[in-house]
Every structure is written in C-alpha cells, then in structure tokens.
Ligand binder design. Structure first.
Ligand code: LLH
Ligand code: MG
Length: 384
C-alpha cells in the first residue's frame, strides 16, 4: 500500500466565532470562515482526512514538504513518515510547523482507521469508552451578558453545572480587553465561580499567559483558598525556571507546558526539573497523536497525569487510549454560542456530552468525524 496523492480542499462555512487581535476567539456576527480539508489517498483508494485553517497547510508547505516525504510511502509506516517530516523542520526556516505535521499525522491515522474499519483510539490502545468533560470557557470579553464581569462568569458556570459538567475551567481576560491583564479581576472571577457552583465542582483557571512571578504567586495563593484543582499557563513557558519556582512555592497543581515547542523533549525537561505537577500536551501543539501519546507515557512513567489540551476528534482519540488524563477539554464555551451545533461541514459533533458530564468516545472508523462531503463539495473555493 502506497500513498498516491495529497489534496487540500479549501471551502467556506458560516460561523459566529471571530478572533481578536491576539488570536483569542469570541462570539461575533455571523460571517463566512475558510477551512481546509487535507485528504491523503493511497493506491487502494483508502483515504484519510483532517481539518485545519488553510494558512497552516498552504501550497508551499504541501509541495515542499508533505508531497516530498509522503508520496510513495506505506501509510502504515506512520512513525517513519513522522520522523522524516520532523527532520525537514530544521532546514525549513520555521515554515514547517508542529501543527502542520500534526495535520498530516491525523490524516494518516484517519486513513489507517478507515482502512481497518476501527476507531483510532482502539488502534492506539483502547483504555476507555467515556471520559468526564470539563467545560472550558472562552477568554473574557467586554460583551454585556457574556463574560465581561466576575458575576457573568458565575452565572455561566451555574448554567454549565445544570447541563451536567462536573468540572469547569475559566479562561479570564487577556489583551486586547481594555482592563486586562488583571490579577485582581482574575481572582474575583474565580471567587464568583466557586460561590456559584459550590464546593463539589472541580475548577481550574487558564488566565493571561505572561504574568510576572509576583502576579502568578498572588493568584495561585488565592486559588488555593478557593480550592481550585489546577493553575494553567500563568507565565511565559519559555522560562522553565519560573515554573520550577512557582511549583515549589505553591501547593496547587501547576499544569504545563501547553504552548511550548519541543514536543516530548522539552516536556521531559519540565518533568526532570519539577517545573509542573501535571504535564500537558495537545495533538496540535505536540506535532500529532503519536508524540502526544509519548508525552502521556512520559508522565505516566513518573506517576504524573497528562491533561490533554484542546477539544476535537484527535485529542479525544488520544484520551480514549490513555489512563493518566482525568478530563476532556470541552469548549471553548460562551453564553452566546451553542457548542452542540455542528459546523456545516460536519453532520454531527464528535463530542456530545451526556447529562452526567461524560463525553463518549467516537465509534465511527478513523478519527470519528462525521464529515458532510456534500456540503464541502458545494462550498469549495479551491482544490490543490
Ligand atoms: O489563549 C487562548 O485563547 C486560550 O487559552 C486557548 O489557547 C485555549 O485553547 C487554551 O489554552 N486551552 O487550554
Ligand atoms: Mg490552556
């Protein structure tokens, strides 16, 4: 079996999400967004698919790296293909990103799963059929009735608990919000949420990612009083020493690194030096499902949990195959948006949640996305 072609289909779909100048998503007026579907086809006509913003897999990336490495290879040699792509990264002048490699890896896993008629999480190991979700809010905003005050966070958290969530993570205010960053407002939002949901709901915070050590330790001490479960990415993750210092000085679990590059290698340094209590990796940030699993295995070897970053089919499949992840990050959620409504290019969402707060692992072959190919065909802009 050999990979014969790689195709990128760019199409439009309506969305009510928009990004601010720092890249944080918020609710907005309905507009048309662009999405790219990567299709990898083998010589027996098996196919695998993965979705990403078109810029990540622009033609230069597909022609200079994906096609050179993949065409003619056996898709079942996925580990070899991954290492060859990673090898090309060094000379790519930082053009070939971990995220781009992750998309190729997703499409290959999807192809393998479809070919074998098995969900990918079963091929990866198969640890569970369902996972508790935490509701992960969008970053704070200045929209009245949205997430613009501590009380609005409290009101929204109450609604999430009514929907079945047993855990909630709040993303607080970040620039360009006019009053952000603000450690005092962050602590007020955390206090309002704890007050609203009571003592039995697990709570986490993921605030501004560039706080100083002084601000981070102030917030961390207040979170301890509020019995928060973890404190995520408060400082620049390039400074491992700041995280060693923070972990030593706080009792609350520090989770990270999320956005740091270096795949499992940089995360090994964090474990060795005690820079976090819970390790973190996501399929997109770690460079694919396989490196993400390596991070989870690294954490497991040291008796640590590894909380998987982000929602979506690839992350859910990883969680389905590992033991040391307590929750699935379901979101990002906002009072003005309906997370349960699938985007037009999918027939259904991959992660519906039951009334007890569990997301069930997908049962479709491959990564489990229920793709609306007709919608994509009628809304295609380009095929490359
Ligand atoms: O900064 C943001 O917009 C969010 O923090 C986002 O990156 C989110 O994916 C996250 O960190 N989740 O844990
Ligand atoms: Mg985060």
């Amino acid at each position: 079996m050999r990979i014969e072609s790689i195709k990128v289909t760019t199409f439009t779909y309506p969305t009510r999400r928009c990004s601010d100048s720092a890249g944080h998503s918020h609710p907005g007026d309905e507009s048309l967004a662009k999405m790219a579907m990567l299709t990898i086809t083998a010589d027996d006509n098996s196919q695998g698919y993965a979705f990403v913003a078109p810029e990540i897999i622009r033609p230069y990336i597909v022609d200079s790296f994906f096609k050179k490495v993949l065409i003619g290879q056996n898709p079942f040699n996925r580990e070899k293909i991954w290492h060859e792509l990673v090898h090309w990264q060094r000379g790519s002048a930082q053009q070939l990103t971990d995220r781009a490699i992750a998309i190729v890896e997703q499409a290959i896993w999807d192809l393998i799963g479809r070919k074998l008629n098995m969900p990918v999480h079963k091929l990866l190991g198969g640890y569970r059929e369902k996972v508790p979700a935490y509701g992960s809010t969008m970053c704070g905003d200045e929209l009245k009735g949205g997430l613009s005050t501590p009380d609005e966070y409290g009101d929204f958290a109450e609604k999430l608990v009514l929907k079945g969530y047993k855990a909630i993570k709040i993303h607080t205010w970040m620039p360009p919000v006019s009053f952000a960053p603000s450690p005092i407002m962050d602590v007020k939002a955390c206090a309002a949420v704890r007050e609203a949901v009571g003592p039995d709901i697990a709570l986490m915070i993921d605030g501004y990612h560039w706080y100083s050590r002084s601000d981070a330790i102030y917030i961390g001490r207040e979170l301890q009083k509020l019995n928060f479960t973890w404190f995520e990415e408060p400082m620049e993750e390039q400074s491992m020493d700041s995280y060693i210092w923070l972990s030593k000085n706080l009792d609350i679990d520090i989770v990270g690194p999320e956005s740091l590059s270096g795949k499992y290698l940089s995360r090994a340094d964090w474990v060795k030096h005690g820079a976090c209590d819970i390790l973190r990796a996501g399929v997109n940030s770690a460079g694919g499902l396989t490196p993400c699993l390596k991070v989870a295995a690294l954490a497991e070897s040291f008796g640590m949990d590894c909380e998987i970053h982000g929602n979506g089919a690839p992350n859910l499949n990883v969680i389905g195959a590992i033991k040391n992840c307590r929750w699935y990050e379901r979101g990002l959620l906002h009072p003005f948006l309906n997370y349960d409504e699938p985007p037009a290019y999918l027939n259904s969402i991959v992660d519906p949640m039951d009334k007890d707060g569990f997301v069930h692992l997908p049962t479709l072959p491959g990564l489990g996305e229920d793709i609306n190919f007709n919608y994509i065909a009628t809304n295609t802009l380009t095929v490359e």
